[in-house]
Design a protein around this ligand. Structure first.
Ligand SMILES: [Zn+2]
Length: 230
């Protein structure tokens, strides 16, 4: 999912994909794995992509060693760059980096702080909380994973109110809410939300059939997307 708070028009060219300039401080930074190729193994029912190589979740966020700005992709220049510069420059932000080698979870925590200060749109929060739930799953902290999923749900719901998604985006958001509710054992909410998807689109019809079966079976553990039949 693309963080909606970036303006894709302002992307730098592909030629400087690996070594780019930090949009906050202007120093050269290594833009890591964003453009790297990986082999998809499976896609899960909440659209988590599992790869055959390294776990891409670990390198999803990168930070600038000069100014400590955190992002998913340094080649994107956010619309609110002036505001981000100010936040990154505060004592409160810099103090968070007492450890110069943060764990993935710590980095997500700092990123969340940045998003909160910048008042990022709910979709960006939803996406971030969802990724944080995956991190917790990997560490077998299931109640923390549930809590992050719940935060993702409320931000997906909020995004329906504050942005004006088109039909397809709207259905996709309903799907996310239904899927994450099911994974948290909230079967009634899952069922109700699932019915709001636009079933005239075959993709959502298929997603509906899959979820409907799992919800009826009160199955909160299944996490595999059925393979597309062609
Ligand atoms: Zn920087």
């Amino acid at each position: 999912m693309t963080p909606f708070f970036y303006n894709p028009e302002m992307r730098q060219t592909e030629d400087d994909a690996v070594m780019v300039m930090c949009p906050v401080c202007g120093n050269p930074v290594n833009n890591h794995a964003v453009e790297e190729l990986y082999t998809v193994d499976v896609v899960e029912s909440d659209f988590r992509v599992r790869t055959l190589d390294d776990d891409i979740l670990d390198s999803w966020l990168v930070f600038c060693h000069h100014c400590l700005y955190i992002t998913h992709d340094f080649s994107l220049i956010p619309d609110n760059i002036a505001q981000l510069r100010e936040i990154v420059d505060t004592e409160a932000y810099r103090e968070r980096f007492s450890d110069t080698n943060p764990t993935t979870m710590e980095l997500f925590g700092h990123y969340l702080y940045l998003l909160e200060k910048a008042e990022a749109p709910p979709m960006v929060f939803a996406d971030t909380y969802l990724r944080m739930s995956w991190l917790c799953e990997d560490e077998e902290q299931s109640s923390k994973a549930d809590a992050f999923r719940e935060k993702a749900v409320s931000n997906f719901a909020k995004s329906l109110l504050v942005s004006d998604p088109d039909r397809k985006e709207r259905s996709l958001i309903y799907y996310y809410i239904a899927e994450l509710s099911r994974r948290n054992g909230e079967f009634e909410r899952a069922k109700k939300t699932l019915l709001k998807m636009d079933m005239k689109q075959s993709m959502f019809r298929r997603l509906y059939d899959m979820q409907n079966e799992l919800i009826r079976a009160r199955n909160r553990n299944a996490a595999l997307m059925p393979r597309e039949e062609s």
